[in-house]
Write a protein that binds this ligand. Sequence first.
Ligand code: NDP
Length: 289
Amino acid sequence: MNTPAASPHAACRYAVLGNPVAHSRSPLIHAAFAEQTGQRLQYERLLAPLDGFAATVQAFAASGGLGCNVTVPFKFEAFSLCPRHTPRAALAQAANTLRFDDEGWLADNTDGVGLMADIQVAAGVPLRGQRVLLVGAGGAAAGVLGPLLEAQPAEVVVANRTLTKAESLVARHAALAQGLGVPLRTSGLASTGKGFDVVLNASASSLGGGELPVPASVLRGGTLAVDLMYGAAAEPFLAWARSHDAVARDGLGMLVEQAAESFALWRGVRPATAPVVRMLREQLAAAKP
Ligand code: NDP
């Protein structure tokens, strides 16, 4: 494995790769973690061309990068680039965290544990026994489904615009769901069923500024409605949820939790998340018009 600090003077280099990537707060978060834990770390944003993800990661690793985060739309490609996978990445077949180990790159997926920590620990909402709707079947939903099933909800419905993608995601998790005794099924966006306890928007609809992907009947008074997006892009979903008496939550807490898990994989130390979430909330509030 690459040793975390080859020289006491050289900063260890990491990056987030995506397209788009300009919105990513990951550099700020990892800078705060580094300061908190007393590590010298440099973390940058890298816009990868849609047809040039592998070349961008390889160039970053060749220039001394030790690992990277991966965001839309490259999480599946990131997984397939790596010969070694953590069990949670293998289940998701998608990766948001790579570590460039000498014995072969390691792919991990910290999205699901990040979201579970935000909901169950930070927000204090246990998912056990809850009816949950997961909207989306892309890289983020793939990372979330395993840890979500492990929280033992009463039911999970995976709804996606392209039904076949939801079907293959559910098929990959069928044995886990069965073993845990959690009913797991797919649906189209318009026919999910009604009145869920928890609705998770893991689609990229907010990022693209698109229509809300599901009808309001998925909500009931008190539903916890989480958009994995954060900042201005999440506002339409959050406003929609509040207008139907749901409890709205954005993806900022998840973002910090999944980053802390990545940082721990890279650096061997787990930073505290609450002060970093507070810092980001203050920055977002200050940036509001
Ligand atoms: P992907 O590109 O891998 O997947 C996108 C998903 O969104 C697919 O299921 C796609 O459906 C669906 N989708 C896209 N546009 C629409 C639309 N207009 N209406 C309905 N469905 C749509 O992206 P990711 O899964 O990686 O990311 C999804 C979102 O989650 C992004 O907003 C991302 O920023 C956020 N995210 C936040 C994290 C956090 O820490 N807070 C962590 C990870 C992701 P189809 O299959 O039909 O194309």
